[in-house]
Design a protein around this ligand. Structure first.
Ligand code: ACO
Length: 401
């Protein structure tokens, strides 16, 4: 076949592909995505079926191991994760050091990075036992870290996990319970959160996953690579968009709820304003996750009896945008983040925690990609560039400049 490496060696030619819009860096057997048809499958299973009938831990197992678990395998996986949910008491102390108003994503990535100081038996990416243990530790501890970041921000005590609870229930308990009161998670919230995490669990070579792979391609350990992925996810054009959507809806409401005035601003590109939660690098007809989430938003808000005027604004925004030439021509549709924030809000999460929830969901995908890359013996990731700087210049001594 055609070998671009050989051609480059012969001609010095490099391909320029801004944002890697057309460059495949890997072969991958994890997630299939067809942006034109709006198809998303994990290991061949349609996202609609997994979200409707599966559980988050089952999808995590599927992404990481390639097959749906048997009942025994799933029980063992759950059991093993539940035995690793505690944070070392010294890790807990990190939360004393962070300022109270620290962004939870910054706390999350810092603490995950710090895990590699505690688990020094996990630095060899080629040792299967170590990689297995790091996988379990991350899946088990990320919800604990996320809950502690939230507790820190509201000044409440950090609660120990209760391993008699399910994965989602345990996370909700550590997040929302207070020591003096009985807490029981609402099953509507448990189901909806489980579904949202499934929908976020993988999305092939997105920005954060590519980051995890790039860092891991230097053979950095799993904690270090995942911490980098969390930071990549934080940005408003990626996972940070779910929080930005909510802030946008609030701004529109506070300005009197004029959806058309806002859309005009977007279309005129005033101050670079974008319709957050719209558009996707790959989906050009619809985002299949957004379809599921829109229905879930209606359902959850209905069941919880939450009447949210921001939902009304979101529905109106979507309707107007989908009928508007600007958005139609550019193939801009609601993405996974457009409605997810409204559900998180109805569940009681503050806006700055939304991206953390995305990180908990995306974790199995990051792990699966890191493991696939290590197992395939990939080369170190190292893009080329087109140099546009100065030609050679002679050094000018300081007193002559
Ligand atoms: N609102 C208004 N205009 C938009 C939007 C938007 N949300 N998204 C893209 N456009 C416009 C661009 O201005 C550009 O038009 P122009 O040529 O007239 O300037 C055209 O559509 C193409 O946009 P690009 O930025 O080239 O598209 P790209 O594929 O690079 O970006 C992205 C994809 C980042 C998702 C973009 O659509 C965006 O910024 N959306 C808002 C943020 C968001 O919701 N991010 C979440 C993505 S999904 C996820 O991470 C889970």
């Amino acid at each position: 076949g055609f070998d671009i490496g050989k051609l480059r060696a012969q001609t010095g030619l490099v391909t320029m592909d801004s944002g890697y819009g057309n460059t495949a860096a890997y072969k991958s057997a994890i997630t299939y995505l067809d942006g034109e048809k709006g198809i998303l499958r994990y290991r061949g299973y349609p996202i609609e079926q997994l979200a409707e009938r599966g559980s988050f831990l089952e999808s995590a197992y599927l992404l990481i191991h390639g097959e749906l678990p048997t009942a025994t395998q799933l029980d063992d996986f759950r059991e093993e994760i539940s035995r690793h949910t505690l944070l070392h008491e010294d890790v807990k102390r990190f939360f004393d050091g962070f300022p109270r108003d620290a962004h939870p994503m910054a706390m999350l990535s810092s603490v995950v990075s710090a895990l590699s100081t505690f688990y020094q038996d996990s630095h060899n990416p080629f040792d299967e036992r170590q990689v297995h243990l790091s996988t379990i530790r991350l899946l088990a501890k990320l919800p604990t870290i996320a809950a502690y970041a939230y507790k820190k921000s509201i000044g409440q005590p950090l609660l120990y996990p209760d391993n008699s609870l399910g994965f989602i229930e345990n996370f909700l308990m550590m997040t929302f319970a207070v020591p003096s009161e009985r807490f029981e998670a609402d099953p509507v919230v448990v189901d909806a959160l489980d579904k949202l995490l499934i929908l976020h669990a993988d999305h092939e070579q997105n920005c954060s996953t590519s980051t995890v792979r790039l860092v891991g391609s230097s053979q950095a350990n799993l904690f270090a690579s995942i911490s980098a992925g969390i930071n990549a996810l934080w940005g408003p054009l990626h996972g940070g968009a779910n929080a930005e959507v909510l802030e946008m809806l609030e701004r529109i409401r506070n300005d009197g709820g004029d959806v058309d005035a806002f859309l005009n601003k977007v279309k005129n590109k005033e101050d670079g304003v974008r319709l957050m939660g719209f558009g996707h690098r790959v989906y050009k007809n619809f985002d299949p996750r957004a379809k599921i989430i829109k229905t879930a938003a209606d359902d959850v808000l209905g069941k919880l009896g939450v009447k949210d005027e921001l939902l009304e604004i979101a529905l109106k925004l979507e309707e107007r945008a989908l009928a508007d030439d600007y958005f139609v021509e550019r193939k801009l549709y609601p993405n996974v983040d457009f409605y997810s924030g409204l559900i998180y809000r109805a569940m009681g999460f503050p806006t700055n925690a939304f991206t953390v929830l995305f990180a908990i969901g995306r974790l199995p995908g990051w792990i699966a990609h890191w493991r696939e890359m290590i197992a395939s013996g990939s080369r170190i990731g190292r893009p080329r560039q087109v140099y546009v700087g100065e030609e050679q210049r002679d050094y000018v001594p300081l007193d002559q400049r």
